[in-house]
Every structure is written in structure tokens, then in C-alpha cells.
Design a protein around this ligand. Structure first.
Ligand code: URA
Ligand code: SF4
Length: 197
């Protein structure tokens, strides 16, 4: 697909999300957070939901977890612009509570449209919510917690081709426990190795 067509499709997602009232988060959010990065990225990173900083700016991962994400990308010589970053929920849950099943159900068609436009070769799901949504969608039956499956590579067949799903710990984990950075750095090396193949 031409870049112009991809841009058009992503703009279409943006237009729909801006107007969206499919779940109650539309009432409490300030700005929706749609996504950011290379529209032809080979790698898409999928987080959970906007936090307070993201809600104010509309930019994904622009707070403390975002600083960790930048550090992790830098550790493998990547920049934000090399990948595409988005979330399973486009609007912030009040007080950063966990996403609810009905919200995930209402919102993920937008994520799906983003995948269909970008057609990534690798999808990294950040944390338990993004991981279980994505693995379930591609037919995994028993999904283990992120502590057990982080850094593993699941090869799935999407309608646009073969995709590697790599679950990773959510970068916010490092905000609460700095020691986790080493595990994440070593998992990001796995991402790089598969991206280079
Ligand atoms: N955490 C997320 O999962 N996504 C963001 O955009 C910011 C923090
Ligand atoms: Fe719509 Fe998703 Fe926002 Fe809910 S979270 S209002 S489904 S864009």
C-alpha cells in the first residue's frame, strides 16, 4: 500500500476516535491518544491506556513510563520515530484504573484498523492487558502472565501476513522497580534481533 493510502487510513482512525463515544471514558478524558510514529513501521508497540500526561497532550508515553520506553529504545539504538506507538484504549481511565473488558471490546477495533493500515511485521504488547488482548485475538488459548511469557516470540498469521508477537513487561514496571530495567533491556535485544531478520 502506498504511504498516501496508509496516511489516509490512519487519519480516518483519528477522525473516528476524536468523535468516539462508544464507552464511558469519552466523558472523563481530556484528549484521546491515538498513536505516534512511523506509518510504515515494521514494529508496533502497544501499551495499555493513556495516563495523566498523555490525556493532557494527546501523545502516547510522554510521562514517566515514556521516559523509560525511550531509554529502552535507545539501548538498542532505536528512536521513537523508527516504530509506531499506540495503546489498546485510546482514552484515559479515571485515576489510571485498569481497563475494563467492555472498554477493551469497544476500543480495540481502532487498534485493529491501525494494524491493517501499518501492517507491522512485529507487534510488541506491553504488559498484561495488551498481551492478553493480542494473543487471544490470534487464537492463543491459555495465556500466561507477562512474568512468564515476556521475551517469547509468537508467530501468527494475520490477514496481511506473518507477524511476530513479542510480549514485554510494561515500561511502567521500571518506574516502580528500577531493577526491572535489565530484564526489559534484554527483551528489547530480542526485539532487535527479530527486527533485523
Ligand atoms: N502507559 C501506557 O500504557 N500508555 C501510555 O501511553 C502511557 C502510559
Ligand atoms: Fe471510544 Fe476507545 Fe475512547 Fe472508549 S476508549 S470512548 S471506545 S476511543
Amino acid at each position: 500500500m502506498s504511504l498516501k493510502k496508509i496516511d489516509e487510513q490512519l487519519k480516518n482512525v483519528r477522525d473516528k476516535v476524536i468523535k468516539c463515544k462508544k464507552c464511558s471514558l469519552s466523558k472523563t478524558r481530556i484528549l484521546p491518544v491515538i498513536g505516534q510514529g512511523d506509518h510504515q513501521a515494521k514494529v508496533v508497540l502497544v501499551g495499555e491506556a493513556p495516563g495523566s500526561n498523555e490525556d493532557k497532550t494527546g501523545v502516547p508515553f510522554c510521562g514517566a513510563a515514556g521516559a523509560i520506553l525511550d531509554e529502552l529504545l535507545n539501548s538498542i539504538d532505536y528512536k521513537r520515530e523508527d516504530v509506531y506507538i499506540c495503546n489498546i484504549l485510546k482514552c484515559r481511565p479515571p485515576s489510571n484504573r485498569n481497563p475494563q473488558t467492555d472498554e477493551i471490546k469497544a476500543c480495540t477495533p481502532y487498534l485493529e484498523e491501525q494494524f491493517q493500515a501499518i501492517k507491522p511485521r512485529i507487534i510488541c504488547s506491553l504488559g498484561n492487558y495488551a498481551t492478553s488482548y493480542i494473543l487471544e485475538k490470534y487464537g492463543e488459548k491459555e495465556i500466561q502472565s507477562i512474568g512468564q511469557i515476556h521475551g517469547r516470540v509468537f508467530e501468527i498469521k494475520a490477514n496481511f501476513g506473518l507477524v511476530k508477537i513479542i510480549p514485554l513487561y510494561h515500561p511502567a514496571t521500571v518506574v516502580y522497580n528500577r531493577n526491572m530495567i535489565e530484564i526489559l533491556k534484554s527483551d528489547f535485544k530480542i526485539l532487535k534481533k527479530h527486527d533485523e531478520k
